[in-house]
Design a binder for this molecule. Structure first.
Ligand code: ACO
Length: 381
């Protein structure tokens, strides 16, 4: 194959535009995030996760009837196919929840007669199934590993409230369900982040939507991406008390360690998702008796502002979502699963976009090894 122009090396692809999208717009310099042109702050304050997903997938806000119909479609898919609960109860109880989630989403494909059916309409139905069933996978795995009986989904509840119902076997308060709903809105899509890119690469081979979402889950798991929210909570636990914040952060910065929940490839200003979450996290932490955790977070932010804000390092969405998840009683090792539960909206939307005018995503590598080497026979090595 001859190339019209020689490709340039762009480590980390930071300066490469690899796809077009109509879902989210990011201005990293100004700290702007819009879903289909609507500011994330307005959505976090006024929308619901279901409405936000409709917006992302249809590129417009729904009418009341459209939202009711979309919500009903999602609720009709809450329940897991027969066999999935058996599978959950055969997983090792000590499995990392993200490993369990990746495995279970992969297994969902085995129960979907349309798994390999192509076309936008089949993919939209699969997207609804994936989004609607993932909360039950996470909640039921958590119940299984704690030795608790499974809880059937409640189709009268929103996705956020139903997840908390299945997880805890008790109806959440409106405030707690709202807190999770806001986190789901804030994490639903974010341009061509690493997991979305990975999902688009998979679907660009004309593989199926389940495979693409499994790829994306595996990519999200890493601590430089979705795994950072767990690391934030681990750090807060290690610090333990507000007086320890300054020495802890200064020692880590001196050792050139990264402070989890800070910095972003795109944002060199305040992550707009963190702006609302910061205020919201304070309210949730106060209501649930976790204010000291929030105050430690604020102190970390002050020190980071003093020490590294000049480099464009500010809190990212993971920083305050950690406090929020903890405050609403989500176990630390489920934090990244919460991210996945929401981001399936973005992943599926991106995959469907990718297939519209698809071209295989296949960048080049710069070969930096030797040439002209002899093949040395085994006995001579
Ligand atoms: N703490 C301290 N210093 C940092 C941090 C951090 N969290 N992030 C970046 N820096 C410093 C780097 O050490 C580097 O400093 P130097 O120029 O003096 O060497 C400079 O900022 C630039 O860092 P890069 O690695 O070039 O930035 P990059 O864009 O590649 O990294 C990333 C972005 C991976 C998110 C990084 O900021 C990081 O590791 N953050 C911590 C993990 C995290 O919170 N991830 C979640 C991201 S948001 C999400 O996925 C939802």
């Amino acid at each position: 194959m001859s190339l019209a122009t020689a490709p340039t090396f762009d480590k980390g692809l930071a300066n490469t535009i690899a796809a077009e999208t109509q879902m989210s717009f990011i201005d990293g310099g100004k700290g702007v995030l819009e879903y289909v042109g609507i500011d994330i702050d307005a959505l976090a304050r006024n929308s619901t996760f279901e409405e936000t997903v409709y917006l992302l997938w249809n590129r417009r806000l729904p009418s009341r009837t459209e939202l009711e119909s979309f919500t009903a479609d999602l609720r009709a898919e809450y329940e897991l196919p027969g066999g999935m609960l058996d599978l959950i109860s055969k997983l090792p109880r000590d499995a990392t929840p993200m490993h369990a989630l990746r495995t279970l989403v992969s297994a969902l494909a085995l129960h979907d007669a349309e798994a390999d059916v192509e076309g936008a309409e089949a993919n939209e139905r699969k997207a609804i199934r994936l989004l609607a069933k993932t909360p039950a996978l996470i909640a039921n795995f958590d119940r299984f590993r704690k030795g608790k009986p499974f809880v059937a989904s409640d189709t009268s509840l929103s996705m956020a409230a139903n997840f908390l119902w299945m997880l805890n076997g008790a109806k959440p308060t409106d405030a707690v369900a709202k807190a999770l709903d806001v986190c789901l809105i804030l994490h639903a899509d974010h341009g061509l982040n690493a997991s979305t890119f990975a999902g688009r690469v998979t679907i660009s081979t004309l593989s199926d939507l389940y495979s693409a979402i499994v790829t994306a889950i595996g990519t999200l798991k890493g601590p430089l991406h979705g795994g950072a929210n767990e690391e934030v909570m681990i750090m807060l636990r290690e610090i333990g008390a507000i007086e320890q914040v300054e020495p802890y952060i200064m020692a880590r910065l001196k050792a050139k360690d990264r402070i989890m929940g800070f910095g972003h490839r795109v944002y060199k200003a305040y992550d707009p998702r963190a702006t609302y979450l910061k205020t919201f996290a304070k309210q949730v932490a106060t209501d649930t008796g976790n204010l000291s955790l929030y105050e430690m977070s604020r102190r970390i932010e002050e020190i980071m502002a003093r020490e590294v804000a000049a480099k464009g390092i500010y809190p990212n969405v993971d920083f305050y979502s950690a406090t929020t998840y903890h405050s609403i009683g989500i176990d630390l090792d489920l934090f990244t699963c919460m991210f996945a539960m929401s981001r399936i909206a973005g992943w599926a939307g991106h995959c469907i976009e990718q297939l519209d005018g698809n071209r295989l995503i296949r960048p080049a590598a710069a070969y930096v090894g030797p040439h002209g080497q002899p093949y040395v026979a085994m006995q001579e090595r």
